[in-house]
Design a protein around this ligand. Structure first.
Ligand code: SAH
Length: 387
């Protein structure tokens, strides 16, 4: 695809879908827009390095989700919810989604039609197939397909799965998830493996990670590798260092750091993610990493005096960190803090706190993880000012 043209000229449903908020800009214009936003929010802390963009900013999403529904005429469709309402925009292929994942979803749509499997109807809350989620590892080639159904009935389940894997031998596992709630969340709590192990393995920065249906895992593998390598470069780890990985998810940053550091302690709120992090530690033969299921701020406050990290990584959700965590971080006094952020406004707020409490910003590096959307990822290095 041509990155000198804006998405509005490349995608027939760009306007309706609304997923690409910067669809009126070509790729270079998007990068400039993101830079100026970063500079306006972060310049008071120091120089903002040039944003690292993608050579090919298309089909980068390794995780693809499609909602299933039907048109007024009763035709089965799959696609994306229209921006600001709950109508589904039919999508056959999307310029930012993985092509193989899109093809698998199209096949499911065709099979659902031909096997006459009822599609879920959000008005009456009846029917079966509600969403399909596909996650592909670009490094191992493994593919996870999750079929989300509105309740536990699933007519032609075996037939659908068998035909799907026959048509797409690249699929390594299929999971059925049940979500019967009135919710905009895609996944419910119940998972049932229908084929394979229920998870795939991805390789990132020389480590292996297990990803299951509910795992949080970055969606753009090419840029994630660049982001995490920057985070490691900033951390400049020594094999005697103790590392604290806050908001650690399935342990990605912590396990990559564990190869270079003396010891890693990871903390994460989601019990499922912590379970995955422990499995991932074993998968990588890592013996110097521990993972705990707790609120990061509560954990670090309670560990005051007992944990003395040399380097602190934090990678919080969009809302950023909180006073409890940041105060405990300042009290723990790590030499370096590496902050990975997916929202520059909350990043600016948190940097304001840390710079007022003994830290100085050394590097600010934006990375374009989400081309064509308005999201901006940043990695920041801070160090403790000696008193
Ligand atoms: N570092 C990981 C995950 C980052 S996403 C990666 O790169 O893959 C942010 C994570 O913070 C999520 O896994 C979320 O569950 C977790 N989280 C949210 N609030 C938290 C809190 N108060 N304490 C600890 N973890 C939290």
């Amino acid at each position: 695809m041509d990155k000198t043209r804006p998405m509005s000229k490349l995608c027939p449903v760009a306007k309706k879908c609304g997923g690409c908020q910067l669809s009126n800009m070509n790729y270079q214009e998007q990068l400039s827009w993101k830079m100026s936003r970063e500079i306006s929010l972060l310049k008071r802390f120091g120089r903002v390095e040039e944003i690292i963009g993608m050579d090919d900013p298309f089909h980068y999403r390794a995780k693809v989700q499609a909602a299933f529904g039907f048109t007024r005429g009763g035709e089965v469709i799959s696609g994306i919810y229209q921006s600001n309402c709950h109508r589904i925009v039919k999508v056959d292929s999307c310029a930012i989604e993985d092509r193989i994942a899109d093809n698998i979803i199209l096949t499911v749509r065709r099979l659902v039609k031909s096997m006459k499997i009822p599609v879920f109807d959000e008005n009456s809350m009846t029917g079966c197939v509600r969403h399909v989620l596909v996650r592909r590892s670009f490094t191992t080639g493994q593919v996870l397909v999750v079929i989300v159904t509105g309740d536990r009935s699933f007519p032609s389940k075996k037939n659908l799965v068998n035909t799907l894997i026959e048509k797409h031998p690249e699929i390594t596992t299929v999971v059925r998830n049940v979500n019967g709630g009135r919710t905009s969340m895609v996944l419910g709590d119940f998972n049932e493996p229908l084929y394979g192990d229920g998870y795939i393995t991805d390789e990132l920065c020389g480590c292996r990670f297990r990803i299951s249906a509910a795992s949080f895992y970055q969606v753009n593998p090419v840029q994630t590798e660049i982001l995490y390598n920057k985070a490691m470069e900033f951390a400049a780890l020594k094999d005697t260092d103790t590392v604290f990985d806050a908001y650690c998810g399935v342990g990605t940053i912590g396990l990559i750091a564990a190869k270079r550091a003396g010891k890693v302690i990871g903390v994460e709120l989601s019990a499922d993610a912590v379970r995955d992090a422990k499995v991932n530690a074993r998968l990588n033969g890592t013996e110097n990493a521990e993972f705990y299921n707790a609120d990061a701020g509560k954990f670090l406050t309670e560990a005051a005096g007992k944990i003395r990290p040399d380097v602190l990584f934090l990678d919080p959700p969009r809302a950023g960190s909180d006073k409890r965590f940041l105060s405990a971080a300042v009290a723990a006094a790590p030499e370096r803090i590496v902050y990975v952020s997916c929202a520059p406004d909350t990043l600016a707020r948190d940097l304001g706190f840390l710079t007022a409490n003994g830290y100085k910003v050394r590097k600010i590096q934006p990375v374009d993880m989400f081309p064509h959307t308005a999201h901006i990822e940043t990695v920041v290095l801070m160090s403790r000012v000696k008193d």
